[in-house]
Design a protein. Structure first.
Length: 274
């Protein structure tokens, strides 16, 4: 994806966690217009810095001291690192539960004032696909993973109320190059719309703790996304262009969780360790 030029004054230094991941690789490129320097971090190997506008720092989010050092000197944080699918609770604990505490605590100690938290639709995954909800609807996490994102949103709320650190929590739907199945026709978020939404989230004034959905302008959406609109978000892409390709896939049974629940198959993962 070629970065879109911006008229916004760039941040001096942005931190992107999860930089080796699927979205991290996309954002590494697309966020370049918004910062003089991007600090890229992950527990996994990252391609070396391309130029003096990138810094690469390997860091385990479960390591409090390492996260403290990671955050020094940054102006805003895009927190995308962590376990991104359903796993046994013990695997989620370090990266997602301790990790989100470590990143907020480091932000407080270093005076960082703006966070973007990569939350997930799995915070509300137990709603049915014929429910229409907004970002203030009661949460219905569908997994330990969804619970960890729900906890991250609460952490964001607490750090705003207690310390004035502002966060936009983005409940990302399904952000891939293309929707991969029928459910993602509703939840798909294009990389271009993701970048635009993050730009809005970085620059909008007085966001406090705002929760929005990360979803493109799809035909059948389940989420009233007016809080994203209030930040200036106007999605440009629409999953309809992929409909024929997606509908060429075999139709799942009507009672398949992928056809019933907003969180799809995540609602049926586990139990683990029996
Ligand atoms: P991903 O799994 O490709 O990337 C996550 C990155 O976090 C990986 O590179 C991984 O090495 C890193 N990570 C895991 N444990 C870590 C630890 N202990 N310390 C430091 N780094 C660690 O996931 P993806 O798709 O790029 O998603 C990025 C973020 O957005 C995740 O937080 C995910 O939960 C969230 N999200 C993504 C969605 C999507 O559709 N891609 C949907 C909803 C939320
Ligand atoms: C997520 O939260 C995951 O990180 C991603 O891999 C997808 O499973 C996405 O949700 C989704 O619900 O499609």
């Amino acid at each position: 994806m070629t970065p879109t030029p911006t008229a916004r004054p760039p941040f001096n230094r942005l931190l992107l966690t999860g930089a080796a991941g699927g979205l991290g690789k996309v954002l590494r490129e697309s966020l370049r217009p918004y910062a003089n320097v991007i600090r890229l971090s992950d527990i996994a190997d990252i391609t070396p810095a391309l130029d003096d506008r990138e810094e690469v720092v390997l860091c385990d989010l479960a390591d409090k001291q390492a996260v403290h050092q990671l955050v020094e000197g940054v102006d805003a944080i895009l927190h995308f690192g962590g376990v991104s699918v359903e796993r046994p609770f013990e695997e989620i604990l370090g990266a997602n539960i301790c990790g989100v505490f470590h990143i907020y605590e480091a932000a407080r100690r270093h005076g960082v004032k703006r966070m973007i938290f990569a939350s997930s639709n799995h915070v509300i995954g137990f709603y049915k696909q014929d429910d229409v909800i907004d970002a203030h609807s009661p949460r219905r996490p569908d997994s330990y993973y969804g619970l960890s994102k729900s906890y991250g949103e609460d952490m964001a709320s607490f750090y705003f109320d207690r310390y004035g650190i502002e966060t936009v929590s983005v409940r990302i739907g399904s952000s891939f190059a293309e929707p991969q199945n029928r459910r993602m026709m509703s939840t798909w978020l294009s990389f271009g719309d993701l970048t635009h939404l993050l730009e809005c989230a970085l620059y909008a004034p007085n966001v406090g703790h705002t929760v929005v959905y990360g979803v493109s302008d799809n035909k059948n959406v389940w989420w009233d996304n007016r809080f994203a609109t209030a930040l200036g978000y106007a999605a440009k892409d629409n999953s309809e262009v992929f409909r024929e390709k997606v509908e060429a896939q075999p139709m799942p049974a009507a009672d398949d969780p992928a056809m019933v629940y907003q969180g799809g198959a995540f609602v049926a993962a586990g139990p683990f360790g029996d």
